[in-house]
Design a protein around this ligand. Structure first.
Ligand SMILES: Cc1ncc(C[n+]2csc(CCOP(=O)(O)OP(=O)(O)O)c2C)c(N)n1
Ligand code: SF4
Ligand SMILES: [Mg+2]
Length: 343
């Protein structure tokens, strides 16, 4: 990602990319007082997201760890205005709030100024239950909003049930490996960002990110908020409790998810796909793609994997890189005999 380019702005909003960690503002808008687990990367995403967005921001959080653990017993770590919204409704909450602000300003009941509206949701609330509301929000070009899906790959808050975002074979409370049946979860992870980008041409910015690459992640948030209209970011967040590892490994696991090619980093801006950061290096052959075992075997949720399970996982990731129409993004395979497609 070009972290120096000035991005297009919605009227009055100027959130240029941060040019380095030393240039970050010191102010925090998500601070102490939360009760997330030690090493929780989703909490880090909230902190960096708020820092990137700045003080004129409203956050709307659907039920899940990032709502519950951040607003316990009349205390909160949010310094900016926040509101809870129902588990499947980040899309409707974002659109309603953005539309409400617009109407209030039009009627002269509020000062006219750009206010960022960010609705966050977990993978359960976003990739499963709230998918239709997110889709609806992304079809409305008239409202400026960002929906950020923090993906800890389970319904974590209710004790790690599997979601449409849980990786193949992972041990969750809904898919415990047993003596008779080792792999209880056979589905492949949903491709949220690719699906939303491909299906919503009105949405001008879709990105994936991982806060192990903090500056890149914060600049994704700033781009999304600057470009105008509805936007979407999918963040992969290591979760020590659900993934079953020592919290000290959180940062490293985020890096490994990207370095193994399991989690590609990309942006789709006005229909143009750009791979960025480590993913770009992998795609250009500047850095070798690491074997998935390096990522899988550091996590207790894959401790029951045998060699054949690791091989299957590797095969699926290789397929994504070697056969997909756009590696890691669009899972169609070209029909080599059809000249219209292979041309
Ligand atoms: C309609 C509805 N069904 C079930 C619940 C119970 N519930 C609260 S949080 C949660 C898990 C949400 O998972 P996710 O969106 O992935 O967020 P995470 O907890 O992982 O941060 C569930 C099932 C609820 N609050 N509302
Ligand atoms: S269960 Fe996971 S997502 Fe929830 S607070 Fe703990 S580390 Fe964070
Ligand atoms: Mg979750």
């Amino acid at each position: 990602m070009d972290t120096t380019a000035t991005v297009e702005t919605q009227p009055g909003v100027k959130l240029d990319p941060f040019k380095g960690v030393k240039k970050l503002p010191l102010e925090e808008f998500f601070t102490s007082g939360h009760r997330t687990c030690q090493g929780c990367e989703s909490a880090l995403v909230m902190k960096m997201m708020a820092k990137a967005a700045g003080p004129r921001t409203i956050v709307l959080g659907s039920t899940g760890c990032m709502y519950v653990a951040n607003t316990t017993y009349y205390s909160t770590s949010w310094v900016i205005p926040w509101m809870h919204t129902q588990l499947g409704s980040s899309g409707s909450a974002a659109m309603g709030s953005a539309a409400g602000l617009k109407a209030q300003m039009r009627k002269g009941k509020m000062k006219k100024e750009p206010i960022n509206v960010i609705a966050f949701c977990g993978d359960g609330g976003g990739a499963d239950m709230g998918l239709s509301a997110i889709s609806a929000a992304l079809t409305h070009p008239d409202y400026n909003l960002l929906i950020l899906m923090y993906d800890n790959e389970s319904y974590a808050n209710t004790d790690i049930q599997l979601s449409g975002s849980t990786p193949y074979g992972a041990h969750t409370t809904f898919s415990p490996p047993g003596a008779t049946k080792r792999i209880m979860h056979h589905r492949w992870k949903k491709n949220m960002a690719g699906m939303l980008a491909a299906g919503h041409p009105t949405c001008r910015y879709v990105a994936t990110m991982c806060m192990s690459y903090g500056l890149q992640g914060m600049n994704c948030v700033r781009k999304a908020l600057s470009i105008g209209g509805p936007t979407f970011i999918h963040s992969l967040d290591p979760c020590p409790k659900g993934w079953d590892y020592d919290p000290i490994l959180s940062h490293e696991l985020g890096e490994l998810a990207v370095a193994t090619g399991i989690w590609p980093l990309y942006e789709v801006k006005d229909g143009v796909v750009t791979l960025y950061g480590k993913t770009k290096q992998l795609a250009e052959g500047q850095s070798p793609r690491l074997p998935v075992r390096e990522y899988l075997l550091k996590q207790g949720r894959f401790a029951h994997f045998r060699e054949e399970d690791i091989e299957y996982f590797q095969k699926k990731v290789d397929e994504m890189w070697e056969r997909w129409l756009i590696p890691g993004v669009i899972p169609f395979v070209k029909d080599v005999e059809d000249e219209r497609i292979s041309a």
